[in-house]
Write a protein that binds this ligand. Structure first.
Ligand code: UDX
Length: 439
C-alpha cells in the first residue's frame, strides 16, 4: 500500500520505517529542512536502537519530503506530529495537528481531489478526547470532509524499545466511525499477524481516551512505587524485593514497578497533565492523577535534597552516569538531569557526564559547564559523588575501583554492583542497608 506519514519524530519515523519493513511504500513528510537532509542521507535524527539499520534495509520503500504534493494515489495517511504540553495551560498544543489538516484541505482543493475516493487519515499523535470530531467539523467547514475518513490509531511505542513495540504490540487500537477504516487498518497491519483480540476496533473518543488512560495508569503505577520506596527506607525493607513479590501477582504485573528519579520523557509528564485538564474541562476531578503529578515532583525534590546535603560533606566533583530521561535513548525531555545539573552547578560542582547515547559531541552543548567522558571509568575518576540517573545495562557492570577516598554513590536506578563498596558510602532508592544518606 502507499502510505503517507506526517511527522518524522520518535513516532512518525519509527512508524514509517516499520510500515516500510512490512512492505508498504511510505512517504514521510518532515517540514524541518535540517532534519529532512539528515533523513535523506539515511540517518535518523535521534537515537533509537536498530532504527538506522531498518532505514537502510527499506530505503527503496522510503521517501522523505517537505510536503505532500498529491493525494490521489495515497491508500492511507498517518498524522504523527507532536502535541507538546502548552506550558501556559497544561493542555496538549494542537498547533502542529492544525497545520497538517490545513495543508490537507488546501491540497484537496488545489488538486481537485474532492471527487475521488476518500483518503483514510489515522491520527496517531496523542490528542485530546474529541479531536477526531473537531477535525471532522473543520474539514466540513472547509467543504473537504467528503475527501477524508478520519480515525484514531494511538501508539504505544516506548523510546529505546520502539521497533520491538511496533512489531510485537500487546494490542492495536483503531477508533473510527465506519468499517472501511477498520478494513484499511487491518490491511495496513496485516503483516503483524495480530489475533482478533489484539486488534481492537472502537469509536474515536474511546481510542483517544485509551491512550491517555494507559500512560496515566503506567505513570501512576511507577509513582506509587517511588512513594512506597521512601517508606521502605524508613522501615528498613528492600523495595526491589517488594516490587518483585508484588509484581508476581498477575493482577498487578511486574512491569513499571522499578523505582527511579521519577518519570520523565515526552509523554508521561505531558499526557498526565493533559488528561487532568481534559477532565477539568468536563467538570471531572481526577484526584488520583493530580496526586501522581505532584508526587512525581516530590520524588525528585527529595532525591535532590539528599544530594545537596551530601556535597557539603563529600565534595563537589560529581560524576553523572546517564542524563537522558531513561536508558537506550538520547531524549532529554523532562529528564531528571535537567533539574539536578543546574542545581549542582549553582553549588559550584565540577560535573563530568557519561551517557552512552551522548558519546557524539553534538549533544555536549546541551550541558554548558559540564565535561563529557567517553566511558564510565573516565567519568568516575577522582569523583567525590557518583549519580546514576538512567538504567543502561552497561552500568550494571561498572567496576568501582577501590580508591583511598571512596566516592559517595547515589544509585537512583538500583543498578550498580556495590557489594565491594563501603555500605556507608552509597544510597539506593528504597533500600535501607548501605543508605549512607539517611535524612
Ligand atoms: C511511554 C509509554 O510507555 C509508551 O507506551 C507511550 O507510547 C509513550 O510513553 P516512554 O515515554 O518512551 O513510553 O518511556 P517509558 O519506558 O514508558 O518510561 C517513562 C518514564 O517512566 C521514564 O522516565 C522511565 O525512567 C520511567 N519508568 C518506567 C520508571 O521509573 N520505572 C519503570 O518501571 C518504568
Amino acid at each position: 500500500m502507499k502510505i503517507c506519514i506526517y511527522g518524522a519524530g520518535y513516532v512518525g519515523l519509527v512508524t514509517g520505517v516499520c510500515l516500510a519493513d512490512l512492505g508498504h511504500h511510505v512517504k514521510i513528510i518532515e517540514s524541518n529542512s535540517n532534519k529532512l537532509k539528515i533523513l535523506r542521507s539515511g540517518k535518523a535524527t535521534f537515537y533509537e536502537p536498530d532504527l538506522e539499520r531498518l532505514m537502510e534495509r527499506n530505503a527503496s520503500r522510503l521517501i522523505f519530503e517537505a510536503c505532500l504534493h498529491e493525494l490521489h494515489n495515497m491508500d492511507a495517511l498517518f498524522v504523527c506530529v507532536g502535541t507538546p504540553e502548552d506550558p501556559a495551560t497544561g493542555r496538549a498544543s494542537m498547533q502542529q495537528i492544525k497545520i497538517v489538516f490545513d495543508e490537507l484541505a488546501d491540497l484537496c482543493v488545489r488538486t481537485g481531489h474532492l471527487l475521488k475516493k476518500r483518503v483514510p487519515v489515522f491520527i496517531k499523535s496523542t490528542v485530546p478526547v474529541g479531536t477526531n470530531q473537531e477535525i471532522t467539523k473543520v474539514l466540513e467547514r472547509k467543504s473537504v470532509s467528503g475527501s477524508f475518513l478520519i480515525g484514531s490509531n494511538p501508539e504505544f511505542l516506548r523510546e529505546g524499545n520502539a521497533i520491538n513495540d511496533f512489531f510485537e504490540p500487546d494490542r492495536l487500537v483503531i477508533g473510527a466511525s465506519c468499517d472501511e477504516m477498520f478494513n484499511v487498518a487491518s490491511k495496513i497491519y496485516r503483516g503483524l499477524a495480530l489475533s482478533e483480540a489484539q486488534f481492537i476496533c472502537t469509536d474515536p473518543a474511546t481510542a483517544e481516551l485509551v491512550k491517555y488512560t494507559a500512560n496515566s495508569l503506567l505513570a501512576t503505577k511507577l509513582t506509587f512505587m517511588n512513594e512506597i520506596a521512601h517508606l521502605s527506607e524508613k522501615v528498613e525493607a528492600n523495595i526491589d524485593q517488594v516490587a518483585s513479590a508484588v509484581g508476581a501477582d498477575k493482577r498487578i504485573g511486574s512491569a513499571f514497578l522499578k523505582v527511579g528519579p521519577g518519570y520523565g520523557g515526552s509523554c508521561f509528564p505531558k499526557d498526565t497533565k493533559a488528561l487532568y485538564e481534559i477532565a477539568q474541562d468536563h467538570n471531572v476531578e481526577l484526584s488520583i492523577l493530580s496526586s501522581v503529578i505532584s508526587a512525581n515532583e516530590r520524588v525528585r525534590s527529595r532525591l535532590s535534597n539528599l544530594i545537596l546535603d551530601r556535597i557539603k560533606r563529600d565534595g563537589r566533583k560529581v560524576a553523572i552516569l546517564g542524563v537522558a530521561f531513561k536508558a537506550d535513548t538520547d531524549d532529554l525531555r523532562e529528564a531528571y538531569s535537567l533539574e539536578i545539573i543546574p542545581l549542582l552547578l549553582s553549588h559550584n560542582c565540577d560535573i563530568t557526564i557519561y551517557d552512552p547515547a551522548f558519546i557524539k559531541g553534538s549533544h555536549h552543548s546541551l550541558f554548558p559547564g559540564c565535561k563529557f567522558a567517553q566511558s564510565s571509568s573516565e567519568a568516575l575518576q577522582d569523583a567525590d559523588i557518583i549519580l546514576v540517573l538512567t538504567e543502561w545495562k552497561e552500568f550494571g557492570n561498572v567496576r568501582l575501583v577501590k580508591t583511598e577516598k571512596e566516592p559517595f554513590i547515589f544509585d537512583f536506578r538500583n543498578i550498580l554492583n556495590v557489594e565491594e563498596h563501603d555500605p556507608g558510602k552509597f544510597y539506593r532508592i528504597g533500600i535501607k542497608q548501605g543508605n549512607g544518606a539517611v535524612e
